[in-house]
Write a protein that binds this ligand. Structure first.
Ligand code: DGL
Length: 263
C-alpha cells in the first residue's frame, strides 16, 4: 500500500532546496513540505543549543502538517540536532546529512581534500568523528565560509561580490594541492556553476544531495511508506515569504506560493 503523506524537508534557509531538487528527481510520486528558517539564517555561526531549539519547533510543525518522514537538509542542523530529534521522535523516519568525506577520500588522487562548510559543522563532534573514521589516510583542509550562505539566500549566485568571496575561500585550497572539494553545506551546490569557472578543471566537486535522496528512498521503501501520488510542494518561510518566493524560480526552477511559518 502506498503512503501518500508528505515528506517534511527543512533547512536554515534556501540551501535545502538543493536537496529538495534531488528528492523531486528521485521520488516524483511524493508530496513535499519545505520549510526555510530564513528568519534565523545563518545557522553556521549560532550555538548548537539555539539550532536544537529551532529544529524541535520546526520538526513539531512539519509533523503537525502530516509529514511521514523528515529530512534535515542542512549539515549544520544535522550536526547539532539529529541525535536529539531521533530520541524525541523514535518512530519517525529521519534523514540527516553530513559532508561527503568518505567519497572524497576515496576519489582524491593528490591526497588533498578540501571542505567548504559552516563554522558550526566544522567545529562539531560529528564532523571530527567523520574525519577519524574515513579520512585518516588523506590530508583534509577545512575552510569555513562566513558570508557565503547570505549570497545564496539573496539569489546572488554569480555577482562580483559572491565571486570574490568564493575565490578567497578556494584559492588557498588549490594552492595546497586540493583536487577534491566537498560542498559541505546545502547552500553551496547552487554555486557549482561559479565554482566551475573559478577552479581548475582537475578539481572534482562532491556533495551529498543525491545520496540523501537515495537514502530517503531506501528508508521509506523498507517501511513500505513510498508514495505514488502526483507531486505537490508546499513552502513556508520564517523570514519574508516574498523573498523566498522571489528566489524560487532560480533555486527551485519554478514559481511557488510561500506561506509565513508560524513557528
Ligand atoms: N545550509 C546549511 C548547511 O548545510 C547551513 C547554512 C547556514 O545557515 O549557515 O550547513
Amino acid at each position: 500500500m502506498a503512503d501518500n503523506a508528505p515528506i517534511g524537508v527543512f533547512d536554515s534557509g534556501v540551501g535545502g532546496l538543493s536537496v529538495l531538487r534531488e528528492i523531486r528527481a528521485r521520488l516524483p510520486g511524493e508530496s513535499l513540505l519545505y520549510l526555510a528558517d530564513s528568519g534565523h539564517v545563518p545557522y553556521g555561526e549560532k550555538s548548537p543549543e539555539f539550532i536544537r531549539a529551532r529544529c524541535r519547533a520546526i520538526a513539531t510543525f512539519l509533523l503537525e502538517q502530516g509529514a511521514k518522514a523528515l529530512v534535515l537538509a542542512c549539515n549544520t542542523a544535522t550536526a547539532a540536532a539529529v541525535a536529539e530529534l531521533r530520541e524525541r521522535y523514535p518512530n519517525v523516519p529521519l534523514v540527516g546529512m553530513e559532508p561527503a568525506v568518505k567519497p572524497a577520500a576515496q576519489a582524491t588522487r593528490s591526497g588533498v581534500v578540501g571542505v567548504l562548510a559552516t563554522t558550526g559543522t566544522l567545529k562539531s563532534a560529528k564532523f571530527a568523528a567523520l574525519l577519524d573514521r574515513f579520512a585518516s589516510d588523506v590530508c583534509v583542509i577545512t575552510q569555513p565560509c562566513p558570508g557565503l550562505v547570505e549570497c545564496v539566500e539573496a539569489g546572488e549566485l554569480d555577482t562580483e561580490a559572491t565571486r570574490s568571496l568564493l575565490q578567497g575561500f578556494v584559492e588557498p585550497l588549490i594552492e595546497q594541492g586540493c583536487d577534491t572539494l566537498i560542498l559541505g553545506c546545502t547552500h553551496y551546490p547552487f554555486l557549482r556553476p561559479l565554482l566551475t569557472k573559478l577552479l581548475p578543471a582537475t578539481v572534482t566537486l562532491v556533495d551529498t544531495g543525491a545520496a540523501v535522496a537515495r537514502h530517503l528512498e531506501t528508508v521509506l521503501a523498507a517501511r513500505d511508506q513510498l508514495g505514488d501520488g502526483a507531486m505537490t510542494t508546499r513552502f513556508w518561510s520564517s523570514g519574508d515569504p516574498r523573498r523566498l518566493a522571489g528566489v524560487l524560480p532560480i533555486l527551485w526552477g519554478e514559481n511557488g506560493g510561500v506561506e509565513a511559518c508560524p513557528v
